[in-house]
Write a new protein. Structure first.
Length: 367
């Protein structure tokens, strides 16, 4: 099986990103404010907490963007707000010829948006579809892979779309931001969306960064006090953005080590192992026998997390052994019996190998 995982930044590059995040924070906050729990409420003249406003300015700086806004609803909410900012009901959105992420599909239906599909792996197909559908008003590009065989480059896809049509591009950066060299807006998108929860931040907070003209639309409509991200939550978002890059780069390094060890034949009974962006970049392990479900049951007894919480959230420290994604199961109905995905989270490769080896021994396929 051929996959095209996204290229992760190195630990050194992650350190530089951490330093950049701290530098941007110091430009917006006097030192004593970072040592507080933040403020609350709709401050007159801002309609949001002061700390939230300052955090949004710092976040924009981290991603070299004109503006940013924190919203409720995590990554799903961010995408929903972003599409609202660039489109109206009944208008047409360009998307990839792949299964749309389920919550994004719900957003498309809720907003009454029509879709037209192009194969983002094929630049000529993008050009053809754009030429055939001048009614397209915006495009949505997902950073991580939607199909097993996806290989498209984010920056190239965005540039090609904009060469064809003068339309805003929204990116779903979930599972990729701060793991790769550029986020969606740095690749040329008008708005880039992600969940702060996936970056060791607070539950339920999403972030949109990009062009001020679209962020201003959201600020205008995002006026309810109950919708605001409170000051203590905004500060927690910033702390997550500081700690996430190095943590995620270490995780990517562990993935590389695991791949090398398993492809070298360290554990008999494994047919193949490879890395893929099945949402997060994970290690996919295919067994020679249909024992995936038994392996997952035994791995949980040995200390592995049996399911995700928020995809590398602050709660996820032990390695996760989980079923393969629905996209992979749709491509091969029997793959769920033979394959699992492993995310090392904060663990090292020795821990993952130990749990995997003992689980395989318990089901009788490794001695």
């Amino acid at each position: 099986m051929k996959t095209y995982p996204l290229q992760s930044i190195s630990i050194e590059e992650a350190m530089d990103l951490q330093f950049k995040a701290v530098d941007c924070i110091t430009k917006e906050f006097p030192g004593h404010e970072i040592l507080t729990r933040g403020d609350l409420g709709v401050v007159p003249g801002l309609n949001k907490p002061v700390m939230t406003m300052k955090a949004e300015k710092a976040i924009a700086g981290i991603f070299d963007a004109e503006s940013s806004i924190l919203v409720r609803g995590a990554g799903t909410g961010a995408i929903r707000y972003a599409l609202f900012a660039v489109m109206k009901a009944g208008e047409t959105l360009l998307v990839h010829t792949a299964p749309i992420y389920s919550t994004t599909q719900t957003t498309i239906e809720m907003l009454g948006i029509r879709t037209v599909r192009a194969d983002f792996n094929d630049l000529d197909d993008i050009r053809r579809v754009c030429a055939a559908h001048p009614e397209i008003k915006a495009a949505l590009v997902q950073y991580t892979r939607q199909n097993i065989e996806d290989s498209y480059d984010m920056e190239t896809v965005i540039r090609t779309i904009k060469e064809c049509l003068d339309i805003p591009v929204v990116t779903d950066d979930n599972y990729a931001v701060m793991k790769v060299h550029k986020n969606g807006s740095q690749c040329g998108a008008d708005l880039a969306c992600f969940s702060a929860f996936k970056l060791q931040g607070p539950e339920g907070i999403g972030c949109i960064v990009g062009r001020k003209e679209y962020i201003d639309i959201l600020v205008k409509h995002h006026y309810s006090g109950g919708c605001q991200t409170q000051g203590h939550e905004a500060l927690e978002v910033l702390r997550g953005l500081v700690y996430a890059p190095v943590s995620l780069a270490v995780q990517a390094k562990v993935n590389d080590r695991l791949l090398a060890r398993l492809t070298s034949g360290e554990l008999p009974g494994i047919r193949q192992a490879f890395l893929a962006n099945a949402q997060s970049k994970v290690l996919l392990v295919e067994f020679e026998e249909p024992v995936a479900e038994q392996i997952l049951a035994e791995a949980e007894k040995l200390g592995a997390a049996p399911n995700p919480v928020g995809a590398e959230s602050k709660y996820e420290i032990v390695p996760m052994f989980y079923r393969v994604s629905g996209t992979f199961r749709a491509a091969d109905a029997g793959i769920g019996k033979r394959m699992i995905r492993i995310n090392p989270m904060r663990s090292g490769d020795d821990t993952v190998i130990r749990i995997l080896k003992e689980a395989m021994e318990r089901v009788g396929i490794c001695s």
